[in-house]
Design a binder for this molecule. Structure first.
Ligand SMILES: O=C(O)CCC(=O)C(=O)O
Length: 207
């Protein structure tokens, strides 16, 4: 469903089996040899998520992408799994957009997790100017997702992103402000065995 030009909320996009498989992969990645961590951003504040970047690392101190985690432990960002790439491409294609993802920011939100309003603008100017979309996939507890305009002070719309939903913003919506105001505990599908929420945002660094 197109909620604004270039912005699409695809409710129930992933089957429960696909969600289960992805949750398993997210857990293995986040607790693997290159573990997720809580970034400290450039103002000195801690983020309210655990983060692991795949394919390319987003440095919370410089707001730039890099190959190794120079803001944390110097480890190289793990590769983006092929099946994740395929899924993100398919979701973009389903709304008529093209994305060749080369990185993913995987975040885990506990019951206190949240993310302030921000723009995703650290990919290359060319990628952003071309309107290459960000594809977001949600797993686990429902999030109250805020989607605003191109300026921070514009009104925001709150949408509930449930487990298995995808959200795509590209074209004229690529630089819209967005964030997560809260997580609704206990709302993950029964049988998924998740407390909290995983969110994956797939991006294409350059054209
Ligand atoms: O968790 C979400 O739904 C949004 C995540 C996000 O805004 C980001 O990773 O930049």
């Amino acid at each position: 469903m197109e909620i604004a030009p270039g912005a699409f909320h695809l409710g129930g996009r992933l089957s429960i089996d696909v969600q289960r498989a992805m949750v398993g992969q997210c857990r293995a990645l986040m607790d693997g040899p290159v573990p997720a961590y809580v970034p400290i951003v450039r103002g000195g504040g801690k983020m309210h998520v655990r983060m692991l970047c795949l394919g390319r690392h987003w440095n919370g101190k410089t707001y730039q992408y890099e190959d190794t985690r120079t803001d944390f432990d110097g480890l190289a960002a793990p590769p983006l799994p092929d099946e994740f790439t395929v899924l993100a491409r398919e979701i973009a294609a389903a709304v008529g957009m093209r994305l060749v993802p080369d990185l993913c920011i995987l975040n885990y939100y506990d019951a206190e997790g949240r993310m302030g309003l921000h723009q995703d603008k650290d990919e290359t100017e060319r990628s952003i100017a071309a309107g290459v979309p960000v594809v977001s996939v949600s797993l686990g507890d429902t999030a109250r997702f805020l989607f605003g305009g191109l300026r921070r002070r514009e009104p925001v719309e709150a949408r509930m992103l449930e487990s298995g939903d995808a959200f795509v913003f590209g074209g004229p919506a690529r630089l819209r402000y967005h964030g997560v105001s809260r997580i609704i505990p206990g709302t993950a599908p029964p049988g998924l065995d998740v407390i909290g929420r995983f969110n994956l945002t797939f991006r294409q660094y350059d054209l």
